[in-house]
Design a protein around this ligand. Sequence first.
Ligand code: PEP
Ligand code: MG
Length: 754
Amino acid sequence: MLEILHRIVQEVNAAPDLGEALNVIVKRVKQAIKTDVCSVYLTDFDRREHVLLATEGLRQDAVGKVSLPMHRGLVGLVCERAETVNLDDATEHPRYLAKHSTGETQYRGFLGVPIIQNRKVLGVLVVRQVESRKFDDNEVTFLFTLAAQLAGAITHARASGELNQLQPSRKPLNRYLSGQPASPGVGTGQAVVAYQLADLDAVPSRTTDNVEADVTAFKDAVSLTRQELENVKNRLSKELPVEELALFDALLLMLGSDTLVNQTVLRIEQGQWAQGALRDTIETHARMFDNMDDVYLRERASDIRNLGRRLLMHLQTEKPREMNFPEKTILVGDDISPVQLAEVPPERLAGIVSAKGSSSSHVSILARAMGAPAVMGVSELPVGRLEGLDIIIDGYRGRVYVSPDPSVTDEYARLAQEESEISSELEMMRGLKSETTDGVTVPLYLNTGLISDVMDMGMNEAEGVGLHRTELLYIVRDRFPGEEVQVESYQRMLTMFAPRPVILRTLDIGGDKPLPYFPFTESNPFLGWRGVRISLDHPEIFLTQIRAMIRANIGLNNLRIMLPMITKVSEVEELQMLIQRAHEELLEEGYKAELPPVGVMIEVPSAVYQIDEIARRVDFLSVGTNDLTQYLLAVDRNNPRVAAIFDDMHPVVLRALVQIVEGAATYQRPVSVCGELAGNPLAAVLLLGMGVDSLSMSAGSLLKIKWVIRSYSRARAKSLLQAALRMTDARQVRELMEKSLDEMGLGGLVRPGK
Ligand code: PEP
Ligand code: MG
């Protein structure tokens, strides 16, 4: 039996498509177990039925057409229980269906096993026998193993669209394609497929026949690309704030970097032709980012490849085709680049859908800044067949409807109407105080930097910057930034907000996001060399940054310094000594510099348990709920496989937050929250109930959170918090808060419509 199993698995693996794999399975299983029938049913949850997908022993013309109702019959029972059903005489079972269209009724022996992937039943694999027959253990495990094999194949076929071809007569029922919600909102319009840039992978290796001409051609391509980027950047400068435009600066910087230009030229000089040299340089550079665990940094690989394709296009002297953008354009593409997005006139952009990418892609950052809904990572997206089709995208839930039914269109038209009502209500929050109905003020601050969001709105609405991530300054370079470069960058931030306070966080790189020019690998990067651990081991890097921060603050005096990833008291003390040293040195050098307030991030459980000892030594505390959740729940914040377990509204996270607020109160130190939780309307009420002093979030959340704060009293928030703290899991807390926001008429802040 084992050998037969082995052979079938090999045959299934070698099958060119799912249809063939299914035929192999039903045929071979029928032979191996010597049964009368073997069939595979696919479960369709939308239509609530099980469709016959392949059979050996039943009528072939039933395949793809005949289906069994979801909760009836024995196949339905296997699916419901997600367990094997093995009956020697099926006709005696109460769930036995006496009659159905496949003509299976005269069979007594029945064995059905569920096909399961990621806890979800995808279908049922069934064998039947005319006579009574109890299938033995060997036969059960045999089927079990094949079902597991099938689960992977079905999932893959669903993603590639192949599954629909197997059931041509069954038009998908208002089916939508799923991806990652990357920018909230609902968008309706016509698909415009972003043109395919030249394909780097298709470039063959060849030797150059004229080094000089190839170098010149490459340099021309670089300057054409540079010009293009400059143009796009200029065009967008009216739409986007300086910080967002920095994305284009980063691309321009890459374009001018030694790595890209010199290495390509070197490769040409060594004999490769220009296109091959470019391909190799881009690939080497991009691969370095591919291997990083951090999603944000991994996305940089795609920026580099896009830049490479654009350069190649110019090398091949292809002209991008002229594009026509309808009034409501939904830009779709395999891997949309920021430049392609920027080519759509902003007033015509209704949404973005990309097969690749995630919510940390540059495109997503731009989409959020431009207020355009976006769904990324839609792996099933049939890009080539979408041009001109009607599309609806739901940026809250990550859904894309292609040529939707009128019922879906009507529903989303209604939601869009409600959305615009909500936007105008949100607009009314501008300029109002962030104050509860019983007079408690909760100042709202802005998160900027790595995923920066200094929109006009953020600039005017925020009380200052609660978290400026300084990593970007280091990431976009090919070496550590010097003191002067840093002074300039920090001065820009401090000046933009003065006299409002700006919290600059010291460098928080680590094992999971090494700098390209400072590489190291670790088996447990999140528990490794990260944040201040690197600062303490490399005081020269830390001191340069601190000197730059203190110098940038001269004459402005709105700087606060924040230390990330603090795990123990001695780290705080040692870093404070370094900060004092940098300050004293600057005084000695004649700078009239002030020593700024210094605070720490609380984002590691050990810091929570020592909270009063830490609070005593610093000026302020800010909770990084992203990392705190990761470390409390032992779940990697960037691993999609465990993404469903990562929930920052878990009661355990709430309890830790209460402990932090209480500990800080012992020494009257202010506590802020600057992780994603602070910008979540469901959670803001609970943070208010805890007595958190301020909240820091991305610009897109500011007005929403202000609306929430202005709708609740502190007393009500406290009683909701008490209820939440008694709960055992995050789902209950979410339900509690969703219900509460609904009651306050604020449900529209967390889903489409009102
Ligand atoms: C956090 O961990 O919650 C945080 C704000 O910092 P970062 O996301 O940059 O790690
Ligand atoms: Mg953190």
